[in-house]
Design a protein around this ligand. Structure first.
Ligand code: NA7
Length: 546
């Protein structure tokens, strides 16, 4: 990797700064950003709270954690050699394999020498006089840098429920995103799982295999569909490795960078029989096809959405033996796919096991965690282990947990109090020289594809500044306004924005996140990239560069 720097005037070293760039986070985005910044010859420091690389895949070690994206569409695409020397073992890889993959990447590009582990950033303050950022770690050490690049993830700030008594529990209890490295043995144990989002579903179907007794506390059922995972055969492995250019080309073309893309037909443009056959085909196919490869009007037309919801409800009734339990598992407050669709493997069949109990936490809310278990409005339960699959303070939570202050001491949390406002999800008005990877209002979907695009865009901007000897970049207020208005307009007419979820900015366990906002960019990834490409291609007129 090139390390010599062709120094333009006014670089960080000449200005007496410790680094050219500080990156917060050594997950998939921070790791790739480090590789690219080294190629620019910049002096980079990455601060990572964990003891190893991997971000999401480092923290989320809960049982059953795995991809819902096809493995070969998820890995980094930037290096053909890396693509050839890594072999995914399953179509949807489990977390330990993904963590091994990311450690392989860290080894291959010798990343760890620029990463400081067990280094949680407490604050980052912009200094206008020196056009730099001062970053303070929780250990009190201070570090200065020209640029601050946040690579802190979308779903990385875990939240526990706001229930009294959590600390009083005398058994073992874990949030899924803070799982112990040594694992947890459920054999013969009485286990509780609170939460039935994508994480809860993966956890429940795995824990049910060994637990003595499992009680699931479900407040809102989610629509789920089969993952259909299986090992990759040798022949498939050869085909995958031979077709990587096509795989990634396809990801670039689709709405949210998955291999699947919406069917061009409307739900009612086909006969009832054709519709049913198509739903059956999707239900029997691997991955997110049933969500993002369904009829084009599934998430915009109420009647179309009802058709697929009725189909999915029939499937639940077929798979769950006890009709009362089946009805409990069928969502009634939102349509199919309007929240993040958990993919499952024999999830519904878990509720046919004699050692599994489903508790309706809406009808009988959890009142208190007690030293021995959980008390609801109706009963008292005893447990050895409580698992909190209760989600994250999504999108903005990781930013809020750092004391981030821009020019004039403005705190980011305050600037975003009425909802996030960004320029293309990468920059914030009043926060010069701060660049966000996976910031709010960026394109998400199959996340590594968005990461690679964001990193490359940021890298090109810094290369441009380097070439011209520029030391300060800020988003123009009118550019932030235009992007934010665009994000709002993309949400219009989507059924997704009529339901509470992390995607609409709601987390009842977080102060200030009780009402729906347009928390997520809902346009297509190609449209997002076109907007960003135009900014770069037009010479960054939307930015103040000096
Ligand atoms: P989610 O999707 O936010 O799910 C959190 C779950 O926890 C959800 O079922 C919540 O019910 C439940 N929850 C939260 N607080 C409580 C309380 N107090 N009582 C009962 N139940 C509660 O998080 P995940 O980790 O599953 O998934 C996040 C994303 O990570 C996922 O979309 C993937 O993209 C990866 P609620 O629905 O709020 O009633």
């Amino acid at each position: 990797m090139a390390l010599s720097m062709t120094e333009p005037t006014g670089t960080a070293s000449q200005a007496g700064l410790d680094h050219d760039a500080i990156v917060i986070g050594a997950g998939m985005s921070g790791m790739y950003q480090l590789i690219r910044l080294r190629q620019l010859g910049l002096r980079v420091r990455v601060f990572e709270a964990g003891t190893g690389v991997g971000g999401t895949w480092y923290w989320n070690r809960y049982p059953g954690a795995r991809f819902d994206s096809e493995s070969y569409s998820y890995g980094y695409s930037f290096d053909p050699e890396l693509l050839q020397d890594w072999s995914w073992s399953e179509h949807f890889a489990p977390q330990p394999e993904t963590l091994r993959y990311l450690n392989h990447v860290a080894d291959k590009y010798d990343l760890r020498r620029d990463i400081q582990f067990e280094a949680r950033v407490a604050s980052a303050h912009y200094q206008d006089a020196t056009r730099s950022w001062t970053v303070t770690l929780e250990d009190g050490s201070r570090h200065s840098s020209r640029f601050l690049i946040t690579a802190i993830g979308v779903l990385s700030a875990p939240t526990l429920p706001r229930i009294e008594g959590i600390d009083s529990f005398q058994g073992q209890s874990w949030h899924t995103a803070r799982w112990p490295k040594e694992g947890v043995d459920f054999t013969g144990k009485r286990v509780a799982v609170i939460g039935t989002g994508a994480t809860g579903v993966q956890t429940i179907q795995e824990v049910a295999k060994t637990a003595g007794h499992l009680t699931v506390f479900q407040r809102t059922p989610n629509w789920c569909a089969p993952l259909h995972n299986r090992p990759i055969t040798e022949e498939e492995q050869r085909q995958i490795k031979a077709s990587y250019p096509e795989i990634f080309r396809r990801c670039q073309e689709t709405f949210s960078c998955f291999l699947h893309t919406a069917d061009p037909r409307g739900t009612f443009e086909v006969t009832k029989e054709e519709r049913e056959a198509f739903y059956e085909q999707l239900y029997a196919s691997p991955g997110f096809g049933i969500w993002v490869g369904n009829f084009k009007d599934m998430l915009t037309d109420r009647a179309a959405n009802k058709e697929i919801s009725d189909f999915a409800a029939r499937k639940i009734r077929e798979r769950v033996k006890d009709p009362k339990v089946a009805e409990m598992l069928i969502p009634t407050n939102h349509g199919f796919g309007t929240r993040r669709l958990p993919l499952e493997t024999r999830y519904y069949e878990v509720y046919n096991q004699p050692n599994v109990l489903l508790v309706d936490s809406k009808a009988t809310p959890i009142e208190r965690i007690t030293p021995t278990g959980i008390r609801t409005s109706a009963a008292e339960y005893e447990f050895d282990i409580i698992i909190y699959a209760t989600g994250f303070d999504a999108l903005t939570g990781a930013f809020d947990r750092i004391d981030l202050r821009g020019a004039d001491g403005l705190r980011l949390k305050e600037a975003w109090a009425g909802g996030a406002r960004t320029f293309m999800g990468m920059m914030v008005e009043g926060f010069p020289n701060m660049l966000m990877l996976l910031g709010p209002h960026t394109a998400l979907g199959n996340i590594p594809r968005s990461i690679e695009y964001n990193v490359d865009w940021v890298t090109a901007l810094l290369r441009h500044m380097q070439a011209k000897g520029l030391t300060r970049v800020a988003a123009r207020p009118e550019a932030v306004r235009a992007w934010t208005e665009h994000v709002m307009s993309c949400a219009e007419g989507l059924l997704t924005f009529e339901v509470d979820s992390w995607m609409t900015g709601v987390n009842r366990n977080v102060e200030g996140k009780q009402t729906r906002t347009v928390a997520r960019y809902a346009g297509s990834a190609p449209a997002y990239r076109a907007w960003c490409d135009e900014v770069a291609g037009g010479g960054y007129r939307e930015l103040v560069l000096d």
